[in-house]
Design a protein around this ligand. Structure first.
Ligand code: MRU
Length: 349
């Protein structure tokens, strides 16, 4: 599953596997413009922090191509492109990989400031492809390091989807599971269903099933019982943004899982690339939490399940404090508390 984000350079079109339709249908959505890229991110055709970052890289290419084709003669493309990149960066607020991806492309543009659009396009496209390729390699490294955190015979609980679909391929949390399996360990997975978008039930279950990995889906509210029954030996989740002190934002419900893991003495790992660590965010209180449309909560499929007129909460993420985290598994190794210095050292390396 390394082709769910792919770019056709002849057609200047990005093809995204539409994650809204999984597991029922495997539809690829063609994306040709900046607006289409922003919308695909916002409605979650593609989602998951590293996948968002990689998509943003291709979005920067599409935005430039759009200006090249459509800008009125004499207009200042550099100002227009700056504005386009700012709009892309703001598509979703929590996953810092979006800003990271756009900043990487912007830095490359600045380094080639003298180039006109025609010459700049292939430079940016090559970088976006590099970002995609590197992301898979980074996930494999996360898997290699994370394998040591899993014992032979463990059942690992995960929340949301931090798998191949949430990255350019292989996954972060699911990369750790794949790494443990490749190291010869026997591992079973429990996927929390992850209301309201059901990333666990729909996406984690789908991609693990495709790979023949033993997976069983549980309602989000079954977590305490499963742990009490001794059915979970380890938790591994992804992250959307890790603050400088190690506090980690991930899909809503993750903090509850972490508290339960602490109660039951079960190790709780966060697996993420260094690009998900944001040294500019000092702690979890400073991480912006996305609020998504009510409809995701009020409806299941097309059916309303909350009475008309009743307000709902739809915070998309919560923040797990660093002191609930056993280790942060990165491509540079497993970081341990105290996370401030461990993170500073990993980012400085
Ligand atoms: O709203 P989503 O589906 O983009 O949220 C995704 C998550 O919370 C993932 O766990 C996180 O981005 C890590 S993906 C490797």
């Amino acid at each position: 599953m390394e082709h769910h984000i792919r770019f056709d350079a002849d057609a200047m079109t990005l093809y995204l596997l539409d994650q809204r339709a999984l597991p029922g249908r495997e539809d690829y959505l063609p994306i040709r413009t900046l607006d289409e890229t922003i919308r695909a991110l916002q409605v979650m055709v593609v989602r998951g922090a590293p996948a968002i970052g990689v998509t943003a890289g291709f979005g920067c290419v599409l935005a430039l191509e759009e200006l090249r084709r459509g800008l009125p003669a004499g207009a200042d493309w550099r100002t227009a492109y700056d504005r386009a990149l700012e709009r892309l960066e703001a598509a979703r607020p929590t996953a810092v990989n979006l800003r990271w991806g756009v900043e990487r492309m912007r830095a490359l543009w600045r380094a080639h400031a003298g180039l006109e659009m025609e010459a700049l396009l292939p430079v940016l496209l090559a970088e976006a492809e590099t970002m995609r390729r590197e992301d898979v390699e980074i996930c494999r490294e996360i898997g290699r390091h994370g394998a040591s955190c899993i014992n032979d015979g463990d059942t690992v609980l995960t929340h949301c989807n931090a798998g191949a679909l949430a990255t350019a391929g292989y996954g972060t949390a699911l990369g750790v599971i794949r790494g443990a399996l490749e190291a010869g360990k026997k591992v079973r997975v429990i996927a929390d269903e992850t209301r309201p978008f059901l990333q666990g039930a729909r996406l984690t279950a789908w991609e693990l099933r495709q790979d023949g990995i033993d997976v069983r889906v549980a309602c989000d509210n079954a977590c305490a019982l499963l742990m009490q029954k001794g059915l979970v030996q380890c938790v591994v989740v992804g992250a959307d943004r890790i603050a400088a002190n190690g506090d980690a934002a991930n899909k809503i419900g993750t903090f509850g899982v972490a508290l339960l893991a602490r109660h039951f003495g079960i190790p709780f790992y966060v697996a993420a690339p260094l690009s998900t660590i944001d040294p500019r965010t000092p702690d979890g209180a400073h991480i912006p939490i996305e609020e998504r449309p009510d409809r995701e909560v009020t409806h299941v499929g097309g059916t309303r399940i909350v009475p008309e007129g009743v307000p709902v909460f739809n915070f998309a993420f919560d923040v797990t404090p660093a002191d609930c985290i056993t280790g942060i598994i990165t491509e540079k190794g497993v970081l341990r508390a105290p996370y401030g210095p461990a993170i500073a050292a990993a980012l400085g390396a």
